[in-house]
Ligand binder design. Structure first.
Ligand code: ADP
Ligand code: ADP
Ligand code: MG
Length: 672
């Protein structure tokens, strides 16, 4: 086994590889770009080497930098993860040239599968069924049109150098062919520098079923069964599961054997995935699956295979790369139970899955146990940057059967609390709970077909959400008042009062929210003992609860316990409930009309944290932009600066104090 390996990747997959290496006593080296200096994979690894700027072309895609980092640290082998350089034969060769082991297949095997057309020709020779079509060298438009007619419409045009769904066009009639062809060629030339295409019969009701294969350098090869990845959007996987629901045993055997034959035909070693497309217009049949392509690397969705086989595929990769034998033979491998993976993305399903960048102000994941696994590369406070894939985590669940696994999935998804970026968790919950998905009525058109059921529709805030928001706002006021009283030593000052945070004749307050385009006003009555009675909802609610410094709100609403997460950033307040996130704007009437020019108003804690420094005193005159306080939160220091010139009226906290989100740190008075 290796003493030390370098991981030429970032994010969850780098963390995933480090986890296994550590368990095996193998030291790890991370590489990182400018954007990733504080990233989780860097913190996890034993050593880390900076390799360049944030854009991948200036860091993670630079073979020379990565190889130099391995040499510098004395790593013996390089694990490429997935994406990036993982299917780059030139990189694999360069590693060997530098005396480093590439933890992946031989470069020739990567090349054999690199172009879809050549790979299909190879597979035909190895008697692996391929999608009926044309993948010849002759690319004259007339010949391609003739071939399309022979195959029969609809046909699919694919770029031979393609990936990620680019350069693909479905053509339904002969009339549209010429235009679609030039479109696909143009896109392929732009994306891959190669305008060659192939033609395939377009399957109208297909399922994406792939086989995990593994080979060693001693001539052994096995498969670790199938994964169903039919739930896709824009030809990208969203949910993956193993085994494939409803898979007949004879079809499983046929697909497994075909995949092993494919691997053997190219002298494969290490982990690989043979992707097949199954025509399910007449159900799953052993004579209706076809080779699509082979991914010569560890796949994003490999954890579902690990969960049903009890194997660690990264451990297998390291063993094989170190020259060892496969740990098991085919007959030792059995399927146990059912596993499902959901890809949690920072993206907005409502905006056609547009990636959402920002800071993960709050990130609470479900607890891991024997049933739930979370593979992630980010922590609370990290940024989802525009430079990289916006995946936040892979949530993997396991149970004895599919129905139980889907229950686990929904339960685990409901525990996610993410604020700062928009995520697809509500969409994933709708998917996991959809009756057609439960019935395994699958094909690659699933998401499009049920779009209306799956894309979450924005709804007005519920009474529960509003009551929690009111509690959170009042908690912020109270924390400020209590700190102020403690500071001034006036225990009985009105600032310390628990009945209403400020003195007024009614003992009541109004709190105003903006909920998308609607104004909502809640009137709050302060009851003895700290509870609130809130009016302005469907019915009056008695609410009790304190907002903890970590943003957790344990509340009792009309006698019912509710736990929510609260994120307050300036005027924005996010209420996180199981499976549901709602954003509100807090309209503070004491700030309304005063505005920034006047220099009056309150400065609230943008996030929970600790005051590390107070830079001014009460009564001090301050200039616009002058630093007033330093708050430490999420391992970073945030300077609270004066939005305008003015005078410091009150300081709510002192150095060392913990403050909840939204607490009033200090208030300013405008200059006369
Ligand atoms: P990529 O390299 O972009 O992953 P693939 O060839 O693996 O391209 O195809 C990606 C997806 O496109 C598949 O998972 C499937 O959903 C769809 N697809 C591919 N080939 C066909 C086909 N012949 N008929 C219908 N859908 C197809
Ligand atoms: P699979 O076929 O295994 O599902 P995909 O093609 O969906 O794989 O994912 C591979 C893609 O993931 C790469 O093309 C790249 O854009 C992206 N990627 C690469 N490295 C990482 C990483 N460390 N974390 C998240 N995404 C990554
Ligand atoms: Mg593919």
């Amino acid at each position: 086994m290796f003493r030390k390996i370098l991981i030429a990747n970032r994010g969850e997959i780098a963390c995933r590889v480090i986890r296994t290496a550590r368990r095996l006593g193998v030291a790890t080296v991370a590489v990182y770009s400018d954007a990733d200096a504080g990233a989780r994979h860097v913190a996890m690894a034993d050593e880390a080497v900076h390799i360049g700027a944030a854009p991948v072309r200036e860091s993670y895609l630079l073979p020379e930098r990565i190889i130099a980092a391995a040499k510098l640290t004395g790593a013996e082998a390089i694990h490429p993860g997935y994406g990036f350089l993982s299917e780059n034969a030139g990189f694999a060769r360069a590693c060997a040239g530098a005396g480093l082991t590439f933890i992946g297949p031989p470069p020739a095997a990567i090349e054999a599968m690199g172009l879809k057309g050549a790979a299909k020709a190879l597979m035909e020779k190895a008697k692996v069924p391929v999608v009926p079509g044309y993948h010849g060298d002759d690319q004259t438009p007339d010949l391609l049109a003739k071939e399309a007619a022979r195959i029969g419409y609809p046909v699919l045009i694919k770029a031979v150098a393609g990936g990620g769904g680019k350069g693909m066009r479905r053509v339904d009639t002969e009339k549209e062919f010429a235009a679609a062809l030039s479109g696909a060629q143009r896109e392929a030339a732009n994306a891959f520098g190669d305008d060659k295409v192939l033609l395939e019969k377009y399957l109208v009701k297909p399922r994406h079923i792939e086989i995990q294969v593994f080979a060693d350098t001693h001539g052994n090869a096995v498969h670790l069964f199938e994964r169903d990845c039919s739930v896709q959007r824009r030809h990208q996987k969203v949910l993956e599961e193993a085994p494939a629901p409803g898979m007949p045993e004879d079809m499983r055997r046929a697909m497994g054997e075909a995949a092993v034959a494919a691997a053997k035909a190219i002298g494969y070693a290490g982990a690989g995935t043979v992707e097949f497309i199954a025509d399910v217009s007449e159900g799953l049949r052993p004579d209706r699956f076809y080779f699509m392509e082979m991914n010569t690397r560890l796949q994003v969705e490999h954890p579902v295979t690990e969960m049903i086989t009890g194997q660690d595929l990264v451990e297998w990769q390291l063993l094989v790369a170190a020259g060892g034998h496969l740990p098991l033979v085919q007959d030792d491998l059995v399927i146990d139970g059912h596993a499902v993976e959901a890809r949690v993305y920072a993206e907005d399903p409502v905006k056609n899955f547009l990636p959402s960048v920002g800071t993960l102000v709050r990130l609470r994941a479900p607890a891991e146990d024997a049933h739930v696994r979370v593979d992630t590369g980010v922590r609370e406070g990290d940024a989802v940057s525009p430079h990289y894939d916006p995946m936040i985590a892979k949530l993997i669940v396991w149970d004895h059967d599919r129905a139980a696994a889907l229950r686990r999935l929904r339960q685990a998804l409901a525990q996610y609390q993410i604020a700062g970026v928009t995520t697809n968790t509500a969409f994933l919950m709708a998917l996991a709970g959809h009756p057609a998905f439960g019935a395994a009525d699958l094909d690659t058109g699933f998401i499009e077909r049920f779009r209306a059921d799956l894309i979450p529709q924005p709804e007005p805030a519920s009474a529960q959400t509003l009551a929690l928001a009111v509690l959170a706002v009042v908690s912020g006021y109270r924390a400020t008042a209590a700190a102020q009283a403690a500071r001034s030593g006036e225990r009985w000052s009105p600032w310390a009062a628990v009945n209403g945070w400020r003195m007024n004749d009614t003992g009541a307050d109004e709190i105003h929210f903006r909920d998308r385009d609607t104004d909502v006003t809640c009137r709050v009555e302060y009851l003895d003992g700290g509870a609130l009675r809130i009016f302005g909802l469907e019915h009056a609610v008695v609410a009790e609860g304190e907002l903890a410094a970590d943003g957790t709100l344990d509340a009792v609403l009309d006698g019912r316990r509710v736990r929510a997460g609260i994120v307050r950033q300036g005027e924005e307040l996010v209420v996180l409930l199981p499976g549901h996130t709602h954003k509100l704007t807090v309209v503070d009437p004491r700030q309304a009309g005063e505005g920034e020019e006047g220099g009056s108003g309150q400065l609230n804690a943008p996030m929970p944290g600790k005051i590390v420094q107070v830079l001014v005193e009460e009564g001090a005159a301050v200039e616009k932009g002058q630093p007033l306080m330093v708050l430490e939160a999420m391992k970073m220091e945030h300077t609270i600066a004066a939005p305008a010139a003015g005078k410091v009226a009150k300081i709510g906290f002192r150095a060392g104090d913990q403050v909840p989100e939204g607490a009033t740190l200090l208030s300013l008075e405008g200059e006369e």
